[in-house]
Ligand binder design. Structure first.
Ligand SMILES: Nc1nc(=O)c2c([nH]1)NC[C@@H]1CN(c3ccc(C(=O)N[C@@H](CCC(=O)O)C(=O)O)cc3)CN21
Ligand SMILES: CC(C)C(=O)C(=O)O
Ligand SMILES: [Mg+2]
Length: 272
C-alpha cells in the first residue's frame, strides 16, 4: 500500500472510471512476474492484469484451462510486490468460480488475502451472474470479460471473432448492461466487431477495455509478451508488436554461447 510510497498516487477503480468520464483512454497490459511488472508499472500503464494467459505464456499450455488458483496466487503475489501505482486485476482461473457462488467467493478471497491484489476478473455473463454478485458483495471489485472468453474455448471450438450474429451481439449487449447494473467496475471485450464495441461502450458508464475489439473501447489491453515480440508464432490481426525481443534475446544468448566456447568470457577484469 501507499504506506511505503506516500509520493505515488495509487490508481483505484474509481480513478479508472474517472478516466472514461474525462474521455481519456485507459492503457492495460498483462504481467506475471516481479521484474516485468516493475517495468510495466513504471512506464505508466494504469491497469496490470495478472492474466490466466500465464497458462500459455509462462507454463506453455495450449489453453488457459490448466492453470490453478494456487499458481495464479503465486503470479499475483510477485506482481503485487512490484507495483506502486497501477491497479492490479487478477483473473479467477477456470474451475475456481463457475460451480457456485460460494466457491467464487472463496477463490476471490484467497486471491485478495494471499496476494494483496486489488480486484479480480471473471469471464462470462448471465451464466456467472450469481458468482459475480457474491464476490462483489464481499467488497471485492470485479471486472467482467465478454466476447471471446478463452476459458470456454471447448464450447466454441475456435478463437474466431465473437458476436458477429445479431442474436449473439444482442446477448453480449444485455450481459454488458447486467455487469454494469450489478456493480462491475469495468468489462473486457475480446475479439468482437468494432461496431459492437462502439455500441456497448457508448451505452455503458463503466469503461470497456478492448482486445481485438477495435478503436472505440474505452481502453486497450494486450499480453505483454505479445507486444514485446517474445513469441513469433502468435500473430492475430489485433496484435501490434512494439519490439522484437525474440531476435534481440536470441542474438544476445547466441553471443554469450560463442564467447564461452571461444574463451572470450569471462575476461581477466571479470574474474577475481
Ligand atoms: N499470448 C497470449 N496472448 C493472448 O492474447 C491470449 C493468450 N495468450 N491466452 C489467452 C487468450 C487467448 N487469446 C486469443 C487466442 C487466439 C486468438 C486468435 O485470433 N487466433 C487465431 C485466429 C483463430 C481463428 O480465427 O479461428 C490467429 O489469427 O492467431 C486471439 C486471442 C487471447 N489471450
Ligand atoms: C487477454 C486478457 C484480457 C486476459 O484475460 C489474459 O491475459 O488472460
Ligand atoms: Mg484471461
Amino acid at each position: 500500500m501507499s504506506v511505503h510510497n506516500p509520493d505515488v498516487k495509487r490508481i483505484t477503480t474509481r480513478v479508472i472510471q474517472e478516466l472514461k468520464s474525462k474521455g481519456e483512454k485507459i492503457s492495460a497490459l498483462t504481467a506475471y512476474d516481479y521484474s516485468l511488472a516493475r517495468l510495466v508499472d513504471a512506464a505508466g500503464v494504469e491497469i496490470i492484469l495478472v492474466g490466466d494467459s500465464a497458462s500459455n505464456v509462462m507454463a506453455g499450455h495450449e489453453t488457459t484451462l490448466p492453470i490453478t488458483l494456487d499458481q495464479m496466487i503465486y503470479h499475483a503475489t510477485s506482481v503485487v510486490r512490484a507495483v506502486k501505482r497501477a491497479l492490479v486485476v487478477v483473473d479467477l482461473p477456470f474451475g475456481s468460480y463457475q460451480g457456485n457462488s460460494s466457491e467464487a467467493l472463496r477463490s476471490a478471497i484467497r486471491i485478495m488475502k494471499e496476494s494483496g491484489a486489488h480486484s479480480v476478473k471473471m469471464e462470462g455473463g448471465l451464466e456467472v451472474k450469481e458468482s459475480i454478485i457474491r464476490v462483489l458483495s464481499a467488497g471485492v471489485p470485479v471486472m467482467g470479460h465478454l466476447g471471446l472468453t478463452p476459458q470456454s474455448i471447448y464450447k466454441f471450438g475456435t478463437y474466431a471473432v465473437r458476436a458477429k450474429e445479431e442474436t449473439e451481439a444482442q446477448k453480449l449487449m444485455e450481459d454488458a448492461k447486467m455487469l454494469e447494473d450489478i456493480g462491475c467496475f469495468g468489462v473486457v471485450l475480446e475479439k468482437i466487431p468494432a461496431a459492437l464495441t462502439k455500441q456497448v461502450s457508448e451505452s455503458l458508464t463503466i469503461p470497456t477495455i478492448g482486445i481485438g475489439a477495435g478503436p472505440d473501447a474505452d481502453g486497450q489491453i494486450l499480453v505483454l509478451h505479445d507486444l514485446l515480440g517474445i513469441n513469433k508464432e502468435f500473430k492475430p490481426r489485433f496484435l501490434r508488436r512494439y519490439a522484437d525481443l525474440h531476435d534481440i534475446i536470441t542474438q544476445a544468448i547466441g553471443h554469450y554461447v560463442d564467447d564461452v566456447k571461444d574463451r572470450e568470457f569471462p575476461s581477466k577484469e571479470e574474474a577475481y
